[in-house]
Design a protein. Structure first.
Length: 454
């Protein structure tokens, strides 16, 4: 008897507080898993304010093809909820049967209507429920879902009806809470803390059910610890913010920008290969050994340069040197002292006396000339001078002779032969008929030859 009085007192208190809150479910959109044939059993009958009209689903149970059943109401927005009242269908003389049919049901509250992501507000135990049922439900949400089942292979309490005729009949469902958003209290006149998620809170004391990202505490009035952000402050900053500044406690964003070598909303992405620096806007030189890679923070070629290049960035060509790290000097016999920065070949040729790609071979023909003594060179010079002098004098003699002959011809034009005759020749007689034994000599004209200085 005492227990019944206690339960009655609790029900009285529930009714008193319920009357102080708003009916959030009246004439709102409702739906159900399957409907019993007939126009009078629709889901909306449970929120029309008329206890004489009830919704009804197809039966569930061992002999029924249906094993589960659900009904839900869309409140049209996220509200702070205080309680849920359900009036089950009653038939005179069949109260126990009806209670055994409804036994084991659950109530969920959801923001999106998906039962798998819902908050369990109530789960019926082994005791049979009252046909006029009420429970507090201190949460917030948009959808209130009624669910029941009779699964094969599950051992239910003996009081439960598990036959194939377990009908779900709800005559009225009332969801009580505050119609105004963001408020709580028995008169719905106090505002929830600013950082409560969805701006909803416990309708009795204002505690936040959840906090907005970046906030924590009972009233969501404390920011996340440094280096943490997001819902419930469970996400850690990436750690690549400029100057090691911690990220935004709400979004995780690096508000001052990213450290060198990183990019992205949260500086979570390394620069693409071939780029480096703040914002990844600089290009690597392309002369690193690991082309096209360079250090994504500094742009340096950490493993060195390709042959022909030097400096930390490998962006400077070798000067008068070549090879890896420009460690090999160009040959001193290269013309102008320059050579190919990769292989050291003398691209402009060699100085006199040297040959080869790198001008490192002595030219032997030049060596013979260079090895001769100064006296030999002077003798050669004198020989050339003497030859020139003799030739010039001979030419002068010929010219003078021609001039004298020309003058003589002018002075003695009648002389046919100015030759001298010997007296012996004049007195001698040649034998008659005797054949001359004189043979004319063929004298080859003497020619001047050039003196070879060698």
């Amino acid at each position: 008897m005492t227990m019944n009085y206690f339960r009655g007192f609790l029900l009285f208190l529930c009714i008193v507080f319920t009357l102080a809150y708003d009916d959030l479910s009246y004439n709102k959109n409702a739906s159900q898993s399957h409907t019993f044939p007939g126009p009078e059993y629709g889901a909306g009958n449970a929120v029309d304010g008329n206890t004489a009209t009830c919704m009804r689903t197809e039966p569930i149970g061992r002999t029924s093809p249906y094993k589960t059943v659900w009904w839900k109401v869309d409140l049209g927005g996220v509200y702070n909820i205080y309680s849920v009242n359900i009036l089950f269908k009653n038939y005179d003389g069949y109260e126990s049967r009806q209670r055994s049919r409804f036994a084991g049901f659950s109530l969920y509250v959801s923001n999106d209507g998906d039962i798998d992501r819902s908050f369990l507000c109530y789960k019926d135990g082994p005791e049979l429920p009252l046909l006029n049922f009420s429970t507090t439900c201190f949460t917030s949400g948009r959808y209130v879902i009624f669910y029941n089942e009779r699964l094969d292979g599950v051992a239910y309490p003996v009081e439960y009806d598990v036959s194939g005729s377990v009908l779900m009949e709800l005559c009225e469902v009332v969801v009580n809470g505050c119609k105004m958003h963001e408020v709580y209290g028995i008169n719905c006149d106090m505002f929830c803390p600013n950082n409560c998620r969805y701006n909803t809170c416990n309708i009795q004391n204002g505690d936040c059910f959840k906090c907005k990202p970046g906030w924590t505490g009972t009233f969501c009035d404390m920011v996340c610890d440094g280096g943490w952000y997001g819902i419930n402050c469970t996400q850690q900053c990436i750690g690549h913010c400029l100057n090691n500044v911690v990220c935004n406690h709400v979004t995780g964003q690096c508000e001052g920008g990213c450290a060198a070598g990183w990019k992205g909303y949260q500086c979570e992405t390394a620069c693409n290969n071939g780029t480096f620096g703040h914002g990844c806007i600089n290009n690597c030189s392309g002369q690193c050994i690991d082309e096209p890679m360079c250090n994504k923070q500094t742009g340096h070629c950490d493993r060195g340069c390709k042959p022909g290049y030097t400096s930390a960035f490998c962006n400077e060509s070798c000067v008068n040197s070549y090879g890896k790290d420009c460690r090999y000097p160009c040959s001193t016999h290269c013309f102008n002292g320059t050579c190919d920065i990769f292989n050291g070949s003398c691209v402009s040729g060699c100085v006199d006396g040297f040959i080869g790609d790198k001008c490192n071979q002595v030219n032997q023909s030049d060596v013979e000339v260079l090895s001769r003594s100064p006296d030999d060179k002077q003798e050669d010079t004198c020989s050339v001078g003497l030859s020139i002098s003799i030739g010039f004098n001979a030419l002068l003699i010929i010219i003078i002779s021609v001039l004298i002959w020309s003058h003589y011809r002018k002075e003695h034009p009648g002389d046919s032969c100015p030759c001298w005759k010997s007296p012996v020749y004049e007195k001698s007689t040649a034998p008659v008929g005797q054949e001359s034994t004189y043979q004319e000599l063929n004298i080859i004209e003497n020619q001047y030859q050039t003196i070879n200085p060698n």
